[in-house]
Design a protein around this ligand. Structure first.
Ligand SMILES: Cc1cc2nc3c(=O)[nH]c(=O)nc-3n(C[C@H](O)[C@H](O)[C@H](O)COP(=O)(O)OP(=O)(O)OC[C@H]3O[C@@H](n4cnc5c(N)ncnc54)[C@H](O)[C@@H]3O)c2cc1C
Length: 489
């Protein structure tokens, strides 16, 4: 019997290991002569623009795609690259490709954002109409969104019980092991498309060395983090001047790595540090790996939230009552925040790290987002958008989750009256100002605690600095934000 020839549509899963769609497609083709497997990637500048992809993210995608193409070639899987002028034309484009290469079925890994899910439904329906099959695989998460529910059958909206439910599920299914890379398929003589090095309109200013591309680079980083840093993660993860976190988020976003692989690396590190460990290694053992798993699962949580409450994909607040807030409209403040010229050093350092690297440390993301929504009282949606437009790891579920947490409009959000004191955060997490000095060079020579608030310096010293005064009075700003939230009750 002839095996079917599958077409695999790669999107945010640019890897060959633990890739559910690739694994299943290859299994169905069975490596048999005559079958073969074809890969496709659609360059979708219009869709990427509409979804605020950052140039640095597109650059990482293209460079990772080049590596993927080579790895697929070793498996005799050609990677065909086409341009999709807009999302509406994708079904017809894929059907034409399937027919051209005699593929009778399509495989892809689900993307859970609302527009992407609708696009995929349209593709599956079009394939069915054309007498072809389409298989949508669950891959971005450990557990299909909707399968982890509260006792009342609802989606979780609070993280800790969600995490406990995941641990329980993990134990009851005996873990979710990553899949191996498939074996080589029958060669079919279809040529690989050249991978473009850049796309017009997507010029990244971040040096390519900052984010080495591809699945191999992602695994090198994961291995090194698991060997050297994961054990101390819990103690060091909040200090932006220290390399204490994995910096794997870009690779998870473009899919050079799966989050199951991350969780398994943490389990291995935990077992190595605790030989004979009994019980669930996700929650018992060394605090470092256990805490890291917990962070990785925030990503899973926000994906489940996005599926359960799709309004968060439509610029809507998770807590509808907070839609009534009249945020400030102050373009000058917005521009100063974007440029890292707010006069608050820790905020400015974070915003400049974003511009330099396309990435920002998690603690600082919380600080700058809280400052934006509470001190400047600007609408979280504009901050969310700016992040997406600049982050190499821009990921709707996590970005929206983080912004709505900071704005006190989201799931499990910071209570509106618990507003970070930016200066205290700075003193606590960047005690000697090393992070500020790296990103705000005009403050490099300030000694002592004034690095956290140069407006406290005596007159002459202050005037010599090319650095702005704080945009707002913190105490008044705090009162204004709290009053606005109180009005909602
Ligand atoms: C306002 C705001 C916006 C954010 N935007 C994004 C975004 O667009 N994309 C993104 O991947 N993360 C986002 N985060 C979450 C978090 O800041 C980053 O995932 C983290 O800083 C990435 O660095 P890392 O890989 O070194 O993380 P690590 O500390 O090493 O954590 C490992 C992985 O766990 C996941 N993770 C960790 N913390 C969180 C979290 N709070 N929420 C969801 N996932 C988490 C990430 O995938 C991360 O790579 C945002 C957080 C905030 C407060």
């Amino acid at each position: 019997m002839q095996s079917p020839r599958p077409l695999i549509w790669f999107r945010s899963d640019l890897r060959i290991r633990d890739n559910t769609a690739l694994f299943n497609a290859c299994r169905r083709a069975g490596g048999r002569a005559g079958a073969g497997v074809v890969g496709v990637f659609l360059l979708s500048p219009a869709e990427w623009q509409a979804h605020d992809y950052a140039p640095v993210r597109v650059d990482l995608i293209l460079r990772s795609l080049a590596e993927l193409s080579g790895k697929l070639a070793e498996l005799n899987i050609p990677l065909v690259i086409e341009t999709a002028p807009d999302a509406a034309r994708i079904p017809a484009l894929l059907i034409a490709l399937a027919k051209k290469h005699q593929c009778v079925e399509l495989h892809f890994n689900k993307e859970h954002e609302l527009n992407e899910a609708r696009r995929d439904e349209a593709v599956a329906a079009a394939f069915q109409r054309a007498g072809l099959q389409a298989f949508a695989h669950t891959d971005q998460v450990c557990f299909e969104p909707g399968t982890i529910r509260t006792g009342e059958g609802r989606f979780f909206t609070v993280y800790s019980p969600f995490k406990r439910a995941c641990f329980k599920q993990w134990e009851s299914v005996g873990g979710v092991p990553p899949l191996e890379a498939p074996s080589a398929q029958a060669a079919i003589g279809v040529a690989n498309s050249p991978v473009p090095q850049s796309l017009t309109g997507w010029k990244s200013s971040v040096p390519i060395e900052r984010w080495p591309a591809g699945e191999s680079a992602a695994h090198i980083r994961l291995k090194s983090f698991a060997a050297k840093s994961i054990i101390q993660y819990k103690d060091l993860r909040d200090f932006p001047a220290i390399d204490g976190t994995s910096q794997l988020s870009p690779y998870l976003t473009v899919g050079c790595l799966s989050h199951r692989q991350c969780i398994h690396a943490a389990i291995e590190a935990n077992r190595e540090a605790n030989p004979g460990l009994k019980g669930n290694p996700l929650e018992l053992g060394s605090p470092g790996p256990v805490h890291w798993v917990s962070e990785v699962l925030w990503r899973e949580f926000y994906i489940h939230v996005m599926v359960g409450f799709p309004r968060v994909c439509m610029h809507r607040a998770f807590q509808p009552a907070t839609e009534a807030i009249r945020w400030n409209d102050n373009p000058e403040h917005f521009e100063a925040w974007k440029a890292g010229r707010t006069g608050v050093p820790i905020v400015d350092a974070g915003m400049r790290q974003l511009l330099r690297d396309g990435w920002m440390h998690n603690r600082v993301r919380m600080i700058v987002a809280m400052y934006f929504t509470k001190d400047l009282f600007l609408d979280w949606r504009s901050g969310e958008k700016w992040f997406m437009q600049n982050l190499v790891d821009g990921f709707l579920a996590s970005n929206n989750g983080g912004w709505q947490w900071s704005a006190s409009t989201g799931t499990d959000a910071a209570p509106y009256f618990r507003i970070f004191n930016t200066y205290n955060q700075s003193e606590k997490f960047d005690q000697d100002g090393a992070y500020i000095r790296e990103f705000v060079p005009e403050l490099r020579d300030i000694e002592g605690p004034a690095i956290h608030d140069p407006s406290r310096l005596p007159g002459l010293l202050r005037t010599r600095l090319d650095y702005p005064d704080p945009l707002v009075d913190r105490v008044k700003a705090r009162t204004r934000a709290i009053e606005a939230f109180k009005q909602l009750r």
